[in-house]
Design a protein around this ligand. Structure first.
Ligand SMILES: NC(=O)c1ccc[n+]([C@@H]2O[C@H](COP(=O)([O-])OP(=O)(O)OC[C@H]3O[C@@H](n4cnc5c(N)ncnc54)[C@H](O)[C@@H]3O)[C@@H](O)[C@H]2O)c1
Length: 333
């Protein structure tokens, strides 16, 4: 058999990824990716969406990145399809390929849905590590679905804050109670289900907005002085009031975020780069300040980037090799 025919690509399923990638790994992969962006060691391109399905809300979005120190390049294909809900299929569908950067040969191919949940919360948490007050005790989680669970894990696993209570709200009481049981058992922190968004965010030092709601649920006056906001959904906050009114608006990544939403916000609300303080890589690399006072209100917006997807997928692949998990296939045989 030729070398090409013998080339092995490791396939990793969601179940296998759950065994190899925990939140500690996600936090470390995301912080590495942010640092590599800051040092110029990670290159990513932003891509426009493909809309392959006429008449349906359906799109595919590539997330490519090259991580020079790890000698890998990769891409996450992320698709969303509204019609899937009637077909008993997930709304979000994703797969990631990791290639060797010298030869472009594929070394791994895997599910991306589980890792997307992990890397998104890890990104919000690394932003929070640099931007929230170090004495933050109260966390608010609005939206107790996939991101609600991973954000709770990420904020607790950081170990940066002396968290004493977590105030949660969701329209779905079952989701709220599930998060309470899960979080209290795993982290021993008090979790308080609330009757409204206003109750959940009242007095909170860190606020995570994680619903699928596309209208504002929170306004600037609901954010206490000194609090940090993680608007992971982005569309469930009062965008012009909050991004225009906080003391520091930080971007997760300038290249991706300008392309994904800052250009639009500039046109719609006059909220362009002149309103942005800096981006998270600059803070992680120590070239820009994070929080500078106990009273400022801060926020970090981000809608995802290939850097995090490729970083977490490669780290999961390395661990899978170590644990002998996954299935090797010879694609070119
Ligand atoms: N920034 C990023 O990179 C990124 C990545 C992934 C997901 N997201 C966004 O994060 C959000 C959450 O995603 P998910 O996967 O956790 O979804 P999910 O469906 O698992 O959970 C969403 C939860 O929000 C609740 N909800 C909806 N409307 C509400 C309202 N008005 N008030 C209170 N609760 C409400 C739902 O009941 C549900 O429990 C979505 O908006 C998604 O687009 C962002």
């Amino acid at each position: 058999m030729s070398k090409t025919e013998q080339w092995k690509t490791r396939i990793l399923t969601k179940n296998e990824l759950e065994q190899v990638c925990d939140m500690k790994m996600a936090l470390s992969a995301v912080e590495d990716a942010l640092r590599f962006i800051g040092t110029g060691d990670l290159v990513q391109t932003v891509c426009d969406v493909l809309n392959p399905s006429e008449g349906n809300y359906c799109f595919l979005l590539p997330h490519p990145a090259y991580i020079r120190p790890w000698k890998v390049v990769g891409d996450k294909w992320l698709g969303c399809c509204a019609g899937n809900l009637n077909k008993d299929l997930p709304y979000t569908v994703g797969v990631t390929t990791i290639n060797d950067a010298d030869t472009m040969m594929p070394i791994a191919f895997m599910d991306a849905t589980y890792l997307t949940g992990m890397r998104t919360a890890a990104m919000a948490a690394i932003g929070t590590k640099y931007l929230a007050r170090k004495n933050s005790e109260t966390l608010a989680i609005v939206g107790c679905g996939v991101q609600g669970k991973t954000h709770l894990e990420a904020m607790c696993e950081l170990g940066t804050f002396p968290l004493k209570k977590i105030q949660v709200f969701d329209l779905n009481k079952g989701a709220m109670n599930n998060l309470k049981s899960y979080g209290e058992k795993k982290y021993g922190v008090e979790i308080i289900p609330c009757d409204s968004v206003a109750d959940a965010v009242r007095g909170a030092d860190i606020i995570c907005m994680l619903t699928t709601c596309r209208t504002p649920l929170i306004t600037l006056d609901m954010i206490a002085p000194g609090a940090h906001l993680c608007p992971t959904c982005l569309w469930d906050i009062d965008i012009p009031g909050i991004l225009g009114g906080v003391d520091k608006w930080i971007l997760g990544n300038e290249q991706a975020d300008v392309f994904n939403f800052v250009n639009d916000f500039e046109k719609k609300y006059g909220l362009g780069m002149s309103k942005v303080s800096t981006n998270l890589s600059e803070i992680v690399c120590g070239r820009a300040a994070g929080r500078t006072s106990d009273t400022e209100r801060t926020t970090m917006t981000h809608l995802g980037m290939g850097a995090n997807d490729v970083a977490i997928a490669y780290k999961a692949y390395e661990k899978a090799l170590e644990m002998n998990l996954g299935t090797d296939v010879c694609l070119f045989k």
